[in-house]
Design a binder for this molecule. Structure first.
Ligand code: BTN
Length: 305
């Protein structure tokens, strides 16, 4: 109920009355008021007047949907944009729909990790429905990391780099991460959801010293609307116009991993060696210390020099 009220408030550009909310949700006005009071205690700024309630939130993202060619749905609050996107994808949603949340309670990252998603960041998932074999799914992650790096370079002259496979770093601090989830049928992709977490105006979690946000880099707040628009435009163009080889070449141009001595940690193994290149599927080609080559398809990458 709390989330439903929050989402009604966010969708309303003007004051909305308690009566209107209670009739939309079929609950009493007292129940609506109790939830609104609790939301205020939780830190949401909600103006209350004779006309009703008005949520003060970042309109940049809420109004965004008017500007992009495919559907962009904004929520002030979700468990994870991946969860909502999965439900959307299973239904008749159009290709390249985008789900954005101001905050997530259960944001998730790669390799079963959680992803801190406080207010001010850019947390979103793109639902893509390409008609291609699932073996090409990696193209989406590589195109997304390239599009993030190029967006940051063009907008802020920030020279971020991709760390294999698709983390975006500024020097030794992570600024963005990508998580994809897909469903396949008969060897073809039914849908692939690409979740992007970009630290923008949020304060990176103090415990997580290896993260940084754009606000922390630039010293001021930035419009998330422009970054989102530029990223989506770039990402869509790459997917439409560039073949896989070209995307991988752009990745090579924008990575800090190739040539580094690295340690790759997978669920079961740790490999140490020199990162030589990626192959045609995006797997990392590692020269191990015994001079043999090893291809690695997933894992966390740490630099040794
Ligand atoms: C990683 O680097 O581990 C990937 C992080 C991906 C985080 C984003 S935030 C939007 C979307 N929703 C989630 O729950 N996760 C992704």
């Amino acid at each position: 109920m709390r989330d439903k009220i929050l989402n009604i408030l966010a969708a309303s550009k003007d004051y909305i009355s308690g009566v209107e909310i209670s009739s939309q949700l079929n609950v009493s006005r007292v129940a609506v008021w109790k939830h609104i009071k609790k939301l205020m205690e939780d830190g949401y700024t909600i103006n209350s007047s004779k006309k009703g309630y008005l949520l003060e939130t970042s309109r940049d993202l809420i109004d965004f949907k008017n500007n992009f060619e495919s559907e962009v749905i904004f929520f002030p609050h979700l468990s994870s944009t991946m969860d909502y996107a999965k439900d959307l994808a299973k239904n008749e949603t159009s290709d390249f729909s985008v789900v954005v949340a101001e905050t997530q309670t259960m944001g998730r990252g790669r390799l079963n990790r959680s992803w801190a998603s406080s207010k001010g960041g850019l947390w979103f998932t793109i639902v893509a429905k390409p008609k291609i074999p699932f073996v090409f799914a990696y193209k989406f992650n590589f195109a997304a990391s390239v599009a993030i790096v190029e967006t940051l370079k063009e907008n802020f002259k920030i020279n971020a780099k991709v760390k294999w496979p698709n983390d975006v770093y500024l020097h030794d601090k992570k600024i963005a991460g990508i998580l994809s989830e897909m469903e396949t049928t008969g060897g073809m992709i039914s849908y692939i959801n690409i979740g992007i977490g970009l630290n923008v105006n949020n304060i990176s979690t103090p415990k997580n010293v290896s993260c940084i946000s754009l606000k922390e880099v630039l010293g001021h707040e930035i419009s998330r609307e422009k970054i989102l628009y530029d990223f989506l435009t770039k990402f869509q163009k790459l997917l439409r116009e560039a073949d896989v080889e070209h995307i991988l070449d752009l990745w090579r141009k924008n990575t800090s991993t190739i040539g580094k001595n690295v340690q790759i940690e997978t669920f079961n193994d740790v490999f140490t060696g020199k990162a030589l290149d990626i192959d045609e599927t995006g797997a990392l080609i590692l020269e191990l210390n015994n001079n043999t080559h090893k291809k690695i398809i997933y894992g966390d990458c740490f630099y040794n020099n």
